[in-house]
Write a protein that binds this ligand. Structure first.
Ligand code: PSV
Ligand code: MN
Length: 427
């Protein structure tokens, strides 16, 4: 299924007048504060968020899964779904693949389908946390950290294979998340596990094309509940430092223990120029993979405040790192959830763009805590939804993507085409 320009225009029709009024009011307000709405819009349009190929179907927990119907049955249909999102919001112009869940059989064909939909391939992800039916050695006791060199060799070879798929698709980074760790005190020698992981990563790093990045993702627990080899940003950072300039840390928002100051981690990684990418989601308790911005929108905004400050310091554009969503949709329609997530990311980014950084710096120097907080909260409390809608409108997208999605009955059509029982690969 494809969404045409005419369908988008038709969906926008009824909303145009109200939108014009609210946008012109907001634009005036922003201009009065010294911002240029056109420039803000250009920056918002530049931010493209990769959609994970594994999150287009309903997720589940170990207690069950409740498929919604019409889920993509193969990679082409996954591209088609991301194409639908991108047609609506013009901000989801990339897809991140997980291998072997989504092996591109015919890379030239898959590339041309993606190009036709205006999509590019973001990070390719390896998977050594599950055993595949045809694999020789098991990852039950780890992969890159394993005590047995043969298991490590198999996991290294898999990662190199993923790089090759990525090259054929035009991707520029390999994203590695390891489930390696232990469940029981004393089960594993920490030092040996770290060193094995480092040496395995070094071999993969050597196979990395010169213009690629290796993204190293950390996570404190799950599936291992006693110790995880790459448990936190410090461990990931240490590995990256030992590996070389092309290795960078990937921050998944759900991979922190409760109340961790993620924005401070982001600031430190940017200071050291080691931030490589993001997996956006939101969480209440653990790695809950909920809709971005649904639980802690203020935290998301503070993270973007550090990101924007960091990019401005470095003189870089916002598209300098890999932006991805990593979420699971257990109750909602995955496509609806992804539309909400992308919008939440855009909003937090836009709010961070209108922080008066000069005034903030002065207030910080004077230790004027009250005024610092005032400046930070002012931007967060400005309703920038009309600005995001205008950015979409100018790019040919829908003023209100979620409403347009429902109006066009996308899910019903996908069910009619693919069947009620179609279930996507993923977790
Ligand atoms: C692990 O929880 C993770 O965040 C990693 O990024 C995996 O690749 C992904 O989720 C699998 O769904
Ligand atoms: Mn992740």
């Amino acid at each position: 299924m494809r969404i045409s320009v005419a369908q988008i225009q038709e969906a926008n029709e009824a909303l145009l007048n109200t939108h014009r009024q609210s946008f012109s009011h907001l634009a005036e307000q922003l201009q009065a504060e010294g911002w240029q709405p056109d420039e803000l819009i250009r920056q918002i349009q530049r931010l493209q968020i990769a959609i994970p190929s594994w999150a287009l179907g309903t997720g589940g927990t170990r207690f069950g899964r409740f498929p919604i119907g019409g889920e993509p049955r193969n990679l082409e249909e996954k591209l088609e779904d991301v194409g639908l999102l991108h047609a609506l919001n013009r901000a989801s112009g990339a897809i991140s693949l997980h291998i072997p869940w989504d092996i591109p059989q015919d890379t030239a064909h898959i590339r041309s389908v993606a190009a036709e939909l205006g999509l590019r391939f973001d990070a390719v992800n390896s998977n050594t946390f599950q055993d595949q039916p045809d694999q020789q050695h098991s990852y039950k006791f780890g992969s890159l950290c394993h005590t047995d060199a043969a298991v490590r060799r198999q996991a290294i070879a898999h990662n190199i294979e993923v790089i090759r798929y990525g090259e054929a698709l035009g991707s520029r980074c390999l994203s590695i998340w390891l489930a390696d760790g232990s469940n029981h005190p004393g089960q594993r020698n920490f030092v040996q596990a770290f060193e094995n992981t480092l040496h395995s990563l070094q071999e993969i790093y050597e196979a990395l094309p010169a213009d690629w990045w290796m993204l190293v993702e950390y996570k404190p627990y799950e599936p291992q509940f006693y110790a995880t080899v790459i448990q936190d940003w410090g461990t990931a950072f240490l590995l990256c430092q030992k590996l070389g300039q092309q290795a960078r840390v990937l921050v998944d928002l759900g991979h922190h223990l409760p109340n961790t100051n993620i924005e401070q981690i982001v600031a430190t990684l940017m200071m050291e120029d080691r931030l490589g990418g993001f997996h956006f989601n939101d969480a209440k308790y653990g790695d809950d993979d909920l809709t971005v911005g649904s639980i802690k929108p203020f935290q998301l905004y503070l993270i973007f405040h550090e990101l924007v400050s960091g990019f401005q310091r470095q003189g870089r554009q916002v598209n300098a790192i890999a932006w991805m969503i990593d979420a699971s949709h257990n109750l909602k329609d995955p496509l609806e959830d992804l539309l909400q997530s992308v919008e939440a990311i855009q909003l937090a980014f836009a709010q961070a763009l209108i922080v008066d950084r000069k005034a903030l710096e002065e207030a910080q120097q004077q230790n004027d805590a009250t005024w610092c907080q005032e400046l930070i909260q002012k931007a967060f409390r400005t309703d920038l939804r009309p600005l995001i809608a205008e950015a979409r409108l100018r790019a040919g997208g829908a003023l209100y993507p979620l409403q347009a999605y429902r109006h066009l009955q996308v899910r019903q059509q996908l069910i009619a085409q693919r069947g009620r029982k179609a279930v996507a690969t993923g977790l």
